[in-house]
Design a protein around this ligand. Structure first.
Ligand code: FAD
Ligand code: NAD
Length: 459
């Protein structure tokens, strides 16, 4: 009998298991696949960031080395070595999590978990495990278009797109959301002609509108093509490629390519769990119903991460994993959902936290906006990477920071200052009166904060 049995070893599940064990509980973690780490480590965050980094390096040497006075010989691409590097990073972390389980005395069990009752699961229909509490952390799977099922050869999900063994000549990307622009960037940098078909009138719709517009402009400059307001209505695949019928402005157009990557969102994954046996309910979209303390409709069963409503992000799943472990150890954790950042790892990176300007308007909030361009930041100019801006949205009366949006070099690292400001309910003048080293990109944050409260110094 375990105190806690965590089902799923993604960033939500494995963090929950380790934290619960550190707090003195007897813990088991069950994972369906032979390796730990879930979507994020095996087919998500980590392999995509490895390929993004390698392809960016290649592209920059190819397109910019000359501007920096660097002479190169003929440049070549060894794609299989690039993918080997990606796989070795993943394998290293698989072993790392297993090591952390051993160190913290978490029992590692492999097999598919299915509820027998609210107190018991079976593993692969055989071995039974009893626990006082269960935490469901079984994550999500890519959403399939009914008329375009994944075959992972021609019609790819992100998993298939991360496993290609050859750089395609052409790629259609259905959905210009985060997965689309990240993986589209990877292949475009390696020489693929990438064409996006996006249903809405802008790319990455969860971003602040200014960031998403500039991102589209800069990616277009890099050679990616976007068709907005484009509805894919039909599709077929053959050995030679993919053909899609797409409705644009009321007319059907045909698009052909070697592969299509379908990246139209992800759905919660609870298929194998037999939730009914445990009395656990899901909503109409398949998300597990929970209360404010992550309890499902069955009080000894909790659910976290991509299985519950909210942004499908690894660090959100981790926060929830930590919180449930603490709740089970009779502590009182609190997650500041407004302060969960989101980063798009394109070039330039895009990061945001808190309210977008549009969301502030929708809530009829009176806000002030400070927006400072990297073109006026000395470090960005010195490194020759000066596209983008820092935008701060603050309450008009109190100057409290409500949102921060950054597009530009290292935006994903810089956003941590906005996360702290929102978590600690700081005002723009707190940031403006904080020393930022010179010359650094972070000075653009201080300047944007100065623009909220008075005037920037350098424009
Ligand atoms: P998952 O990571 O999905 O883990 C769930 C685990 O449960 C899996 O290992 C699964 O095998 C296991 N499981 C399922 N059913 C059972 C069962 N019945 N029994 C036993 N085990 C089971 N997020 C970011 O924050 N940053 C990024 O840069 C980022 N990049 C991404 C790139 C891609 C291509 C993709 C697809 C996603 C990316 N994400 C990113 C999203 C991130 O991967 C997810 O939000 C995160 O993995 C969710 O964590 P989780 O623990 O809820 O579930
Ligand atoms: P997404 O929700 O980010 O984007 C999906 C896009 O597809 C949207 O722009 C949507 O308008 C469009 N779309 C939907 N149906 C369509 C259709 N029929 N035809 C054309 N376009 C259509 O989803 P995603 O890119 O698949 O990513 C899934 C999840 O994974 C996201 O929630 C994201 O948070 C997470 N993720 C995060 C990161 C990161 O944090 N860097 C990276 C990758 C994935």
């Amino acid at each position: 009998m375990y105190d806690v049995c965590v089902i799923g070893s993604g960033p939500g599940g494995y963090v929950c298991a380790i934290k619960a064990a550190q707090l003195g509980l007897k813990v088991a973690c069950v994972e369906k696949y032979p390796v730990l780490g879930g979507t994020c480590l095996n087919v998500g965050c980590i392999p995509s960031k490895s390929l993004l980094s390698s392809s960016e390096f290649y592209h920059k040497v190819q397109t910019q080395a000359n501007d920096y006075g660097i002479k190169t010989g003929a440049l070549g691409l060894d794609f299989s070595k690039m993918t080997e590097k990606k796989s070795s990073v993943v394998t290293g972390f698989n072993q790392g999590i297993s090591g952390l389980f051993k160190k913290n005395k978490v029992k590692e069990i492999h097999g598919t978990a299915s509820f027998v009752s609210k107190d018991e699961i079976s593993i692969d229909g055989k071995e039974k495990i009893k626990a006082k509490n269960f935490v469901i952390a079984t994550g999500s799977k890519p959403t399939e278009l009914p008329f375009l099922p994944f075959d992972e050869k021609k019609i790819l999900s992100s998993t298939g797109a991360l496993a290609l063994t050859k750089v395609p000549k052409t790629l259609l990307v259905v959905g210009a959301g985060i997965i689309g622009v990240e993986l589209g960037s990877v292949y475009s940098r390696l020489g693929t002609k990438v064409v996006f078909l996006e249903f809405l009138d802008r790319i990455c719709p969860t971003l602040d509108t200014d960031s998403s517009k500039l991102l589209q402009k800069l990616l277009t400059k890099q050679g990616l093509t976007f068709h907005l307001g484009a509805k894919v209505t039909k599709g077929s695949a053959s050995a030679s490629g993919v053909s899609l019928d797409v409705e644009i402005k009321g007319k059907i157009e045909k698009f052909n390519a070697e592969h299509a990557l379908v990246a139209v969102g992800r759905r919660p994954y609870t298929d194998d769990l037999n939730l009914k046996n445990a009395g656990v309910s899901v909503d109409e979209k398949g998300f597990i119903t929970i209360d404010s303390g992550f309890k499902t409709t069955t009080p000894n069963i909790y659910a976290i991460g991509d299985t519950v409503d909210g942004p499908m992000l690894a660090h959100k799943a981790e926060e929830e994993g930590m919180a449930v472990a603490e709740l089970l150890a009779n502590k009182s954790p609190k997650i500041e959902y407004m302060a969960i950042p989101s980063v798009v790892y394109t070039d330039p990176e895009v990061a945001g936290v808190g309210l977008t300007e549009a969301a502030a308007k929708e809530r009829s909030l009176s806000v002030k906006v400070g927006k400072f361009p990297f073109k006026a930041n000395s470090r960005a100019r010195a490194i020759g990477d000066d596209e983008g801006f820092v935008k701060i949205i603050a309450d008009s009366a109190s100057n409290q920071v409500l949102g921060m949006h950054i597009i530009g070099p290292h935006a994903g690292e810089l956003i941590a200052e906005g996360v702290l400001a929102i978590t600690k309910k700081l005002r723009a003048d707190d940031i403006a009166h904080t020393s930022h080293a010179h010359p650094t990109l972070s000075e653009a944050i201080k300047e944007a904060a100065l623009m909220v409260t008075s005037k920037a110094l350098h424009i």
